[in-house]
Design a protein around this ligand. Structure first.
Ligand code: SF4
Length: 373
């Protein structure tokens, strides 16, 4: 007898919404869920994919070849050589808290922080998806006398646009770039925008190194699969990453364990772990909501219980940073936080106080000599 039942069609297999090869990203939930789906992250049960591109050593900054006029620093720029400075004393690369699409806010915050930190990590504002392009933001910051370390994400630009952006950043003479894959558009205030993810962070590392840029990467030690995070970082280092800025991952011993594991896995690069900066309750709530973040035990609670949360937050960050700087392999710190909308200048002052207390921004920054050909 012939069956009249409709043929069964298997549902399509779940694939990474960011089309990643060298995943997982930092957005994996504590329960293993994908950043933007109810499905499990596709990388949880898979081995780390080995970097398949160039595994050679890149030329150092003194000997790397000139790659054309588009990548030469703009006239008069002399950006910070953070790796050289880190060999002399601990360094502070601070988050940069300006408003999105507001040049005046960028300049005001840069002027507050100038001379107090060694560079600022100018990533996208967490509160808006529409941003000034990284090179324009870096230009504004450096015009105020503050070295910029530009965040570059793969969310909104295909490989052609990324190549142009990186060339512009090289021309601006940024201190370095921080290559991240980026949050999916579905997680922000513009879910109507199509996510691009033509490349991912590991591939941007190699691209940026070819343009002579100094490149850092992130890693999320506390995000599943925790046991593979060190090996994943090692692939980014194989691709050319020169520094790692680990996401908040708990107490000082947790940071120490990750640094040790990463070095054992082959990621023997300088580390600048994140230092959470909390100055008000909205910022504390926002920090606690980051999927990849684990804060030090009792950290936020003690700040919010203090009579003056702003002062308590600054003091806690300085204390935690000083402890991190005692960890072998840690050459500096990255104070970063969140605060109530409209409090960007208050956060800039807090970050300036932290940098100053840690001895950064003292003029010891070793200028990179612009190429002349
Ligand atoms: S959590 Fe990130 S890496 Fe994993 S499947 Fe989702 S988007 Fe891809």
């Amino acid at each position: 007898m012939t069956s009249t039942a409709a043929p069964t069609v298997a549902p399509p297999a779940f694939t990474c919404p960011k089309d990643m090869t060298y995943g997982p990203c930092g957005g994996v939930g504590a329960d293993g869920a994908c950043e933007v789906s109810v499905h499990r992250c596709t990388f949880l049960d898979a081995p780390v994919v080995r970097w398949a591109g160039a595994a050679d050593r890149w030329p150092d900054r003194a000997t790397r070849p000139a790659t054309g006029a588009a990548t030469r620093p703009a006239t008069g720029s002399a950006s910070l050589d953070l790796l050289a400075l880190a060999a002399v004393r601990p360094v502070v690369v601070s988050a940069f808290p300006s408003r999105a699409l507001d040049a005046e806010s960028v300049t005001i915050c840069a002027e507050i922080m100038q001379g107090t930190v060694d560079a600022v990590l100018a990533g996208d504002s967490g509160q808006a998806r529409v941003q000034f392009p990284p090179a324009y933001r870096a230009h504004l910051i450096q015009a105020a006398g503050l070295p910029a370390w530009a965040g570059v994400t793969c969310r909104d630009r295909n490989r052609v646009a990324l190549e142009g952006e990186l060339a512009a950043l090289a021309h601006v003479g940024v201190a370095g770039i921080h290559a991240v894959t980026g949050d999916h558009t579905l997680t922000g205030d513009r879910p109507d925008a199509r996510a691009v993810f033509d490349l991912e962070s590991t591939e941007v590392v190699a691209l940026a190194r070819r343009l002579g840029l100094t490149v850092s990467v992130a890693e999320s030690p506390a995000s599943p699969p925790v046991a593979l995070r060190a090996s994943r970082l090692a692939q980014k280092v194989r691709a050319g990453a020169q520094l790692c800025f680990p996401q908040y991952c708990g107490d000082v011993d947790d940071v120490r364990r990750f640094v040790d594991a990463a070095r054992e896995a082959g990621a023997d690069v300088p580390f600048l772990p994140g230092v959470p900066v909390v100055i008000d309750r909205p910022g504390a709530v926002q920090l606690a909501s980051f999927a990849a973040a684990v804060l030090p035990t009792g950290y936020v609670e003690s700040i919010l219980a203090a009579r003056d949360p702003y002062q308590a937050g600054v003091a806690a960050a300085i204390d935690y940073a000083e402890q991190l700087l005692d960890v072998d392999g840690v050459v500096g710190v990255l104070p970063a936080g969140a605060s109530a909308p409209g409090s960007e200048t208050a956060m800039a002052h807090a970050l300036a106080s932290i940098g100053r207390a840690l001895g950064a921004g003292d003029g010891l920054g070793i200028p990179r000599t612009p190429r002349t050909s």
